[in-house]
Design a protein around this ligand. Sequence first.
Ligand SMILES: Nc1ncnc2c1ncn2[C@@H]1O[C@H](COP(=O)(O)OP(=O)(O)OP(=O)(O)O)[C@@H](O)[C@H]1O
Ligand SMILES: [Mg+2]
Length: 313
Amino acid sequence: MEIDLDRLQAFEDQLNPAAPDQGTVPVQILGYGEISAVFRIESMPDIAFKRLPPFPSPQQRTAYQNVIETYIHTLRQQLDVDVVASQCVTIDNRDGEYILYVAQPILPAGTVGNQFLRRASAAEYEAFWRELLRHLFRIWRKNAADGPGELIGIDAQVSNWAVKADGHKITLQYFDITTPFLRHFGKEMLNPEIFLKAVPSFLVWLVRWAFLQDVLDRYYDLRSVLIDCLANLYKEKLAERLPIALRIVNDVLQTEARDLGIKPISEQELRKYYKEDAFIWTIFLAFRRLDRFLKTRLLGKKYQFILPGPIER
Ligand SMILES: Nc1ncnc2c1ncn2[C@@H]1O[C@H](COP(=O)(O)OP(=O)(O)OP(=O)(O)O)[C@@H](O)[C@H]1O
Ligand SMILES: [Mg+2]
């Protein structure tokens, strides 16, 4: 990966997070997350740049970068999860903000899990789920052995994996490493306050009190991770193929993964979860847009976060 730091600096310096595609540097937006936004800058077309929201100090940025690097190292070395090449780049922008980018090679079109599954044959579809489960079981068997001293969590949604298909053989590469879930004796290694930075100030107390711990806990609990991953198929327009995935998951939970002691998952549970989840995020996004409006239009301030446009469900 050849990163042209001057160009990245120039991009960052002209970036208006309230309107990321309307600057002077041509850019394509590849994805929006709760935390990061993913860009392809025209002059470096082979690289995906994930931009994290500004950090309050260089020290906090370094700390966050260290957790990302430890997370990648743990996945690769201890869990045999292939992680897409990822390089952290720090930039101080002209407004004096401390920015962190994670650069990755652009994945070939059609290889991100959600795209792949839409066109997969029945055999490929099944192989994908078996491979995904194999990775997750390895993670949770390690957690059973090493917890609570060291726990690792993961957001296993299908849009976080790149797929390589070779006949019926499917291999997966993980790439969503900008939110590294690592806990030592119950203490989150990443500073969860970074999540709160994106929350409108009038909601911080509510989110801290009602959701934050809950949302983080979800990624350390295998059953919750599976429910989140399966329910996300509704959003990904893969609902038609959901019953097959669910059958595979339940089947494997009762056979190969019996030792993990996880109760089967029902379709009803998935529908209920999806409805609640969609509701919470829709409300939350509406509040963030309101917050952006207040800051930029009424107060004339810079709004630091990049919000998605309308979300298709
Ligand atoms: N290396 C890449 N090449 C091509 N597209 C990518 C790449 N990385 C991410 N994307 C696109 O951007 C989307 C979001 O990326 P990713 O999952 O890494 O971050 P996120 O979900 O926004 O993360 P978070 O909310 O954890 O910060 C992906 O689903 C994919 O469509
Ligand atoms: Mg993601």
